[in-house]
Design a protein around this ligand. Structure first.
Ligand SMILES: CC(C)(COP(=O)(O)OP(=O)(O)OC[C@H]1O[C@@H](n2cnc3c(N)ncnc32)[C@H](O)[C@@H]1OP(=O)(O)O)[C@@H](O)C(=O)NCCC(=O)NCCS
Length: 187
């Protein structure tokens, strides 16, 4: 039988180990490639306009994480595709602490998978598994996150992947701009 490798879908390719999804902590050289993924998603919810100052802020936070204990960011990559996803954890903001039930919670932030590789190929869940093992490694036990209306399409992902909706963060993105909050106990 002749196999047409061009037809192998990437989810089964990952599962079969042909193009495995790997994860690691970011380094400075990754930032330019991460920016390309951010530009796909960090856009105004109404008109889809890019929001450069917000992207610059996220990149700055990622850069700061390299020398700080308060946050860390991880990327997903494959040998064939390079960097295809990113996510971070940090000490929860005061507002997000209200939704936690443990002193040992972390907040999940900036979870983005490249458009070509999202939605069922396992990139997001692989990154989340890595985050959970890092969280446990540093003695933490809960992950809290919020997701605003801009990312409404992702809400089903959190419901599916073991997070529970625990409330609404009122006005978290400005007056009248609320966001649901999810919590996951990892240990
Ligand atoms: C949300 C996101 C990070 C998830 O990553 P992903 O790589 O798409 O997720 P996976 O492929 O690992 O999906 C894991 C499971 O969740 C399901 N899933 C993924 N997105 C989903 C969604 N929006 N709604 C319901 N289920 C979803 C997948 O089908 C898969 O199910 P399966 O195991 O039965 O196949 C990614 O889709 C993304 O970057 N979205 C756009 C940006 C965004 O909204 N980020 C979140 C900001 S808060």
């Amino acid at each position: 039988m002749i196999y047409n490798h061009g037809m192998v879908d990437s989810a089964s390719e990952h599962a079969e180990g042909l193009n495995p999804i790997q994860t690691r902590q970011i380094n400075k050289e990754d930032l330019a490639l991460i920016q390309i993924i951010l530009e796909q998603w960090v856009r105004h919810w109404k008109n889809n306009q890019l929001i450069p100052e917000e992207i610059a802020g996220i990149i700055k936070n990622m850069e700061n994480s390299l020398t700080s204990e308060d946050s860390s960011f991880y990327i997903a990559e494959t040998p064939k595709d390079g960097i295809i996803g990113v996510v971070g954890i940090k000490t929860p903001s005061e507002k997000m602490k209200e939704f936690t039930t443990s002193q040992k919670a972390v907040e999940l932030v900036n979870f983005f998978v490249d458009k070509k590789h999202r939605g069922g190929k396992g990139v997001g869940s692989t990154l989340l598994r890595r985050i959970e093992s890092e969280v446990i490694k540093v003695g933490k036990d809960q992950i809290v996150l919020n997701s605003g209306r801009r990312y409404q399409e992702s809400w089903g992902f959190y419901d599916k992947i073991g997070f529970e909706r625990v409330g609404i963060a009122k006005d978290i993105y400005g007056v009248g701009n609320d966001a649901p909050v999810w919590l996951k106990q990892v240990i």
